[in-house]
Design a protein around this ligand. Structure first.
Ligand SMILES: CC(C)(COP(=O)(O)OP(=O)(O)OC[C@H]1O[C@@H](n2cnc3c(N)ncnc32)[C@H](O)[C@@H]1OP(=O)(O)O)[C@@H](O)C(=O)NCCC(=O)NCCSC(=O)/C=C/c1ccc(O)cc1
Ligand SMILES: O=C(O)CCC(=O)C(=O)O
Ligand SMILES: [Fe+2]
Length: 358
């Protein structure tokens, strides 16, 4: 019999089938031991992350929340949200084992066989609130991103218990419950500075009426310098609470063309302002562009909780912010229209917010 010569995976046009349709993800590709990056993942030169525009001496603030009712803590939170749009918090009250458990649960989910994970793909998922996928918007992207994810839209504990993957649901729910007090405290502090004295029911719904949690998996990449883990984007949330492991690779836009690394700090959580809060605060708080590199030597995970308005809320600048002579920079938009606009295109930095500009 003539020997069969396998087509090198990097030249196969079936990468999309293998990775996207069959549920192997980039984790499956990575584990096949391929030596070079498939062309579908090669990013244009301007989107690659190189040392030349990284500012090693800069860093985002680290805020100690142990005395969270101290005025100074609130001020540092608001200052950081105005200047950087990003900060890390330590002594935040979420038990360290809750964080460790959710990281273990993330590895447990991604270590399931492809046929188990595939059950949660867009085509097969038992519910719209559970989605296992890869890259960001593969149908819309010219170049794919080196990341797999499980995205869970939180509707209720009952729905989550019934529909979320059993490999991770208990730990994820515990992490969501555990982070609730800090979400409340952060938003209270941020609202005070912009003249919103009380978070009533309407405000509560606009600021944190819905939640989505993503489990992100960035496997070892054969040519990390040619691709990205996540491309330049700003989140569409009110606030994002991000748990990262000890590997690093998240970069935040600094001044001009520079990027600042967010170093892993054991036990910390990274907080960032999303577009919804930039809009509701009429630009006072900044939703800053960020991106993630791919790693050539380690499998990285991260777990962001996106705290959002409800899909059917109309969002726009709060009247309290416009009470002075301040002009509205953003119009009222239906939040689900805003989110759909975000998902319909590839990552494109800060462009999403143009959708809401007057
Ligand atoms: C507008 C939604 C998202 C979808 O509504 P839908 O149209 O009734 O439901 P579909 O399931 O048909 O989704 C519409 C499109 O959005 C896409 N999509 C639907 N969830 C997803 C999903 N988690 N992932 C990636 N595509 C999705 C989905 O692929 C689909 O694309 P397409 O079929 O090509 O039109 C709706 O569920 C909604 O308003 N949800 C509540 C608000 C919400 O989740 N907000 C997002 C908070 S922030 C956030 O998630 C940030 C995520 C993010 C993620 C990756 C990053 O790199 C950076 C950031
Ligand atoms: O993995 C990270 O550190 C950040 C991921 C991110 O920006 C996102 O999921 O929106
Ligand atoms: Fe993000």
């Amino acid at each position: 019999m003539a020997p069969t010569v396998a087509t090198p995976i990097s030249e196969s046009s079936n990468i999309t089938d293998l990775v996207v349709t069959n549920g192997n993800g980039v984790k499956g590709l990575s584990e096949m031991g391929l030596k070079t990056l498939p062309k579908q993942y090669i990013q244009p030169v301007e989107e690659r992350i190189t040392v030349s525009n990284i500012l090693p001496q800069e860093s985002i603030p680290i805020i100690d929340m142990s005395n969270w009712d101290d005025q100074k803590v609130s001020e540092s939170i608001c200052d950081a949200a105005e200047k950087w749009g990003f900060f890390q918090i330590i002594n935040h009250g979420v038990p360290i084992e809750v964080l460790e458990n959710v990281k273990d649960a993330t590895h447990r989910f991604f270590n399931l066989p492809a046929e188990e994970k595939r059950k949660f793909s867009k085509e097969n998922s038992p519910s719209n609130s559970v989605r296992f996928g890869t890259s960001f918007s593969p149908e819309a992207e010219k170049a794919l991103e080196w990341k797999d994810y499980l995205s869970l839209f939180y509707v209720s504990e009952d729905e989550a218990s019934a529909l979320w993957p059993s490999a991770c649901k208990d730990q994820v729910l515990e992490y969501m419950r555990g982070s609730e007090p800090i979400i409340q405290r952060l938003l209270e502090a941020l609202m005070k500075r912009i003249n919103v004295k009380e978070i009533d029911e309407t405000k509560e719904s606009l600021l944190m009426g819905s939640k989505r949690i993503n489990l992100n998996y960035y496997p070892i990449c054969p040519n990390p310098e040619l691709t990205v883990g996540v491309g330049r984007h700003s989140d569409v949330s009110t606030l994002t609470i991000l748990l990262q492991d000890d590997i690093g690779g998240l970069y935040v836009r600094g001044n001009n063309d520079s990027w600042v690394h967010v170093p892993p700090v054991s036990g910390s959580l990274v907080i960032n302002v999303g577009d919804a809060l930039q809009i509701m605060s009429n630009g006072r708080y900044k939703s800053i562009e960020h991106r993630v590199v791919a790693s050539g030597s380690k499998n990285r995970i991260s777990v962001p909780i996106f705290v959002n308005p409800r899909p059917y809320d109309m969002i726009g600048p709060f009247s309290e912010v416009l009470a002075g002579a301040e002009k509205a920079l953003y119009k009222q938009v239906l939040y689900s229209d805003y989110v759909k606009h975000f998902f319909r295109k590839a990552h494109d930095g800060k462009n999403t917010i143009e959708f809401a500009k007057i």
